[in-house]
Design a protein around this ligand. Structure first.
Ligand code: ADE
Length: 257
């Protein structure tokens, strides 16, 4: 019998209810029901000992806003991970390294991950220095907290857990192959005056796969040419890109499509 691969994710947050609806719908809901993904939400406030259950305090040296206190976060992580020092502890913050599809793929191979959602003006630096094994940002913008970022990361990871999507599906998508996914069509064959390319209706699987690959190359060339620089393109791909470049220089020439 095949062993069920499951990723267990603990999330430390001041706002667990933010996670309820997004993680309880559609594919993520099914992933949890089928045992591929286990998600546990932990209220950081539950790990305070003071009467006011304070999780933040004024920053030393002055400055705007509040900083998340280290003690409740340390206590929560120790309570969750016990003596297991192998569990990755990931802080979501705008100062982290930028999250990529490759990172999602790698993280999906971990049996367990702990996410810490920062809030306010950030977390005490000692959390970073003594607890955190990785710090991730989902992009060059600042959110009100790490919760939405954690949900984005969890969603991207879940797609790579075996059994969550149809076999191979996550690897066909934009970025997994290094290319953006080309255009997709469904019925009807003609809509808004635009016809679905005949090749897609031809039933010739090899021809369709070739067309889709070139459509992906074309979209990547037009929108994210930087991605092509990191790829091992074969001679046919390079020739196709050359054609696209020529077409760009002489737009009057007929396009294959
Ligand atoms: N918290 C605030 N902004 C963030 C970002 N861009 N990525 C991850 N966590 C964040």
């Amino acid at each position: 019998m095949l062993k069920l691969l499951t990723v267990w994710i603990d999330v430390l947050t001041l706002f667990p209810s933010m996670f309820m609806s997004p993680l309880q719908e559609s594919i993520l809901k099914r992933a949890q029901q089928c045992g591929h993904l286990t998600l546990l939400l932990h209220q950081i406030r539950d790990y305070t000992f003071d009467r006011h259950q304070m999780t933040d305090d004024l920053p030393y040296g002055g400055g705007r806003g509040m900083v998340m206190k280290p003690e409740p976060i340390f206590r929560a992580v120790h309570a969750i991970s016990g003596t297991d020092a192998s569990i990755p502890i990931v802080l979501l913050s705008p100062q982290g390294r930028t999250f990529t599809q490759q990172m999602a793929m790698t993280m999906a191979q971990q049996p367990r991950i702990i996410f810490i959602c920062g809030h306010y003006e950030g977390v005490d630096e000692r959390v970073r220095q003594c607890l955190v094994t990785d710090e991730i940002s989902i992009g060059d913008y600042v959110l009100t907290g790490g919760e939405l970022a954690a949900m984005v990361v969890i969603d991207a990871i879940a797609r790579f857990i075996p059994g969550v999507l149809a076999p191979g599906a996550a690897f066909d998508d934009s970025y997994a192959s290094g290319l953006l996914e080309g255009s997709q069509y469904t019925r009807p064959p003609v809509y808004a005056g635009i016809e679905v390319p005949a090749v897609l209706r031809s039933g010739h699987h090899a021809v369709i796969a070739h067309w889709k690959h070139q459509a992906a190359l074309q979209k990547t060339y037009m929108r994210r040419p930087d991605l092509l620089e990191n790829l091992d393109l074969d001679r046919e791909d390079l020739a196709f890109i050359k054609e696209l470049q020529q077409l760009q220089r002489n737009p009057g020439e007929p396009n294959e499509e």
